[in-house]
Design a protein around this ligand. Structure first.
Ligand SMILES: [Mg+2]
Ligand SMILES: [Zn+2]
Length: 206
């Protein structure tokens, strides 16, 4: 497992690396706990489970030649609500369940003001640096506005999976999908079109 605590820097040069698909963990690959209309990371290893379409979705992305990377905020660790070792065990389990290439986790709290906690792009930039990723051809898949923002901040396209428990509907995403399979459909079309999309949002600084 790859863990980073940030140290991110903006990459200004033209990258020649591979495309990646960045997956948020909870609400994208892993099934969150739903309470009071909100979604929360599970805190017990035995409760950790992935969606039925998670493995096939990651396989499809890898069949495109993309690197599959999980980027996840786990502030419950920094807040003392769950042990870091338990979350690392979850990520071990995750890697057995779905064929992702790397997992990056931020264990900080909002108050820590780190560079890796989404919506900051630190984990995506670190992965780009570590794994040779071309961010301009890469896509972030998330279920929150913070995921969409982190993807855009890193120079990627962003897809929001609207799971229904979340009301910040489009969140400025390039595409909105009902589920992971539909998100990967968008990614396949985007890659097939040579990383071009007429409806993409113009961004500066990437
Ligand atoms: Mg999430
Ligand atoms: Zn962090």
């Amino acid at each position: 497992m790859v863990i980073t605590n940030g140290g991110a820097r903006l990459v200004g040069k033209k990258s020649t690396g591979r495309a990646a698909v960045f997956f948020d963990r909870d609400g994208v690959l892993a099934i969150p706990e739903i309470r009071d209309g909100g979604s929360f990371a599970v805190r017990r290893l035995e409760d950790f489970a992935v969606y039925a379409d998670a493995e096939e979705s990651v396989r499809r992305v890898k069949a495109l030649g993309a690197i599959a990377v999980v980027v996840t905020n786990q502030p419950d660790v920094g807040n003392g609500l769950v042990g870091r070792a338990i979350v690392e065990d979850m990520h071990q389990r995750l890697r057995h369940m779905v064929p992702v290439d790397a997992v990056y986790a931020c264990y900080h709290t909002r108050a820590d003001n780190c560079g890796c906690r989404k919506p900051k792009p630190g984990m995506l930039l670190a992965a780009s640096n570590d794994l040779g990723i071309d961010l301009s051809r890469s896509v972030m898949v998330g279920d929150r506005a913070t995921d969409v923002a982190a993807g855009h901040e890193a120079g990627c396209r962003s897809i929001l999976i609207a799971r229904g428990y979340y009301d910040e509907y489009s969140a400025g995403a390039d595409w909105v999908a009902a589920n992971l399979t539909e998100a990967v459909d968008h990614i396949c079309a985007y890659f097939a079109a040579g990383y071009r999309d007429d409806n993409h949002i113009e961004r500066s600084g990437s």
